[in-house]
Design a protein around this ligand. Structure first.
Ligand SMILES: *[C@@H]1O[C@H](CO)[C@@H](O)[C@H](O)[C@H]1NC(C)=O
Length: 267
C-alpha cells in the first residue's frame, strides 16, 4: 500500500511539474520536494529571507546571504539540496527557475553593477579561511584527467561544487538557455595575468568533469524524489504538506490532484 501511494505521489509531483510547461520541469519537482521536507523548507526560507533583505544602504546583505546559503548546503538533506542545485532542464522555464533558485541578485551578483575581475574573486577567496579550503577541494575533486572525471569522481565533484555556494566564488547558471555555470566575474581587464584569470574561470566554464557529473546526476533523478517520498512515514501527510505549503503551485494543481485520484484505479 505504502509503495503504491508513494508512486502515486511521485506521479503527482511529475504531473504538477509538467502542468505549467511542456515537458518535465525537474527544477520544479526539486522545489516541491524541498517544500515537503520540513528541514529543507526551513533552511531555504532562511536563505531566501537573508538574501532578499536590504541593508540600510539599500544593498543586499551579502555576508548574511552567503552564510545562510552555506548553512542550507551544510545542514540540509543532500538529496534535496543537490536536486535544487543540479536539476536538469529541457526548457527555458525550468532553466530560469534553476538560475533564480539561489537568489542570484544577491548571492551571485552582490552589489556589483558589473562583474569584477575573476582575479579579484580568486584573491578574495584565497584570503578567506571559509573559501580557500573549499576552492582547493573543488580543484582537487573536479580536476579532469585529462578531460573527464576519473571513474566514480562525479559525486565528489558535485559535493565540492555545492561547497562553493555561499563563498566569494559562489557560482551560478549564467543563463536560461544552457547549463553553463560560472562565478560572477570576467577576465576582460586582467592585463598580463589574463592566462591565470582564464584558467580560474575555466575551472567552471571549461570543465568536462563538472559538466559530465552534472549530467550524470540526472540519470538518478526519479529515485532521488522517490527516496524522499518514501522517507515520509505517512504519505497522506506529505501530500497535505505539498499541496498546502507551496505557494508556487498553480490553480490547476487541485485539478491535477483530483485527476490523479480519479486515474488511480487505472494505474
Ligand atoms: C530567459 O532569459 C531571457 C534573457 O535574460 C529573458 O528575456 C527571458 O524572459 C527568460 N525566459 C524565461 C522563461 O524566464
Amino acid at each position: 500500500m505504502a509503495c503504491c501511494l508513494g508512486s502515486a505521489l511521485l506521479l503527482l509531483l511529475l504531473l504538477l511539474g509538467s502542468a505549467s510547461s511542456a515537458g518535465q520541469n525537474h527544477c520544479l519537482d526539486a522545489a516541491e520536494a524541498c517544500t515537503a521536507d520540513a528541514r529543507c523548507q526551513w533552511l531555504r526560507t532562511e536563505y531566501v529571507t537573508q538574501c532578499l533583505a536590504r541593508s540600510a544602504s539599500g544593498d543586499c546583505d551579502l555576508a548574511r546571504c552567503h552564510r545562510a546559503l552555506r548553512r542550507f548546503f551544510s545542514r540540509g538533506p543532500p538529496a534535496l539540496t543537490h536536486a535544487l542545485l543540479f536539476c536538469q532542464c529541457t526548457g527555458t522555464e525550468c532553466a530560469e527557475r534553476r538560475r533564480q533558485t539561489f537568489v542570484p541578485a544577491c548571492a551571485f551578483v552582490g552589489s556589483n553593477p558589473s562583474p569584477p575581475s575573476c582575479l579579484e574573486i580568486l584573491e578574495a577567496c584565497e584570503l578567506s579561511p571559509v573559501c580557500r579550503p573549499r576552492l582547493l577541494a573543488f580543484q582537487a575533486s573536479c580536476a579532469p584527467a585529462p578531460d573527464v572525471c576519473l571513474r566514480g569522481q562525479g559525486p565528489r565533484c558535485l559535493r565540492a561544487y555545492a561547497g562553493l555556494m555561499g563563498t566569494a566564488v559562489t557560482p551560478n547558471y549564467v543563463d536560461n538557455a544552457s547549463a553553463r555555470v560560472a562565478p560572477w566575474c570576467d577576465c576582460g581587464v586582467s592585463g598580463n595575468r589574463r592566462e591565470e584569470c582564464e584558467s580560474f574561470q575555466g575551472l567552471f566554464t571549461r570543465n568536462r568533469c563538472l559538466d559530465g557529473a552534472m549530467q550524470a546526476f540526472d540519470s538518478g533523478w526519479p529515485s532521488i524524489l522517490q527516496e524522499q517520498l518514501d522517507s515520509h512515514q505517512d504519505p497522506g501527510h506529505s501530500l497535505l504538506q505539498i499541496s498546502s505549503a507551496d505557494q508556487s503551485l498553480e490553480g490547476s494543481s487541485l485539478l491535477a490532484i483530483l485527476s490523479v485520484l480519479a486515474l488511480k484505479p487505472l494505474l
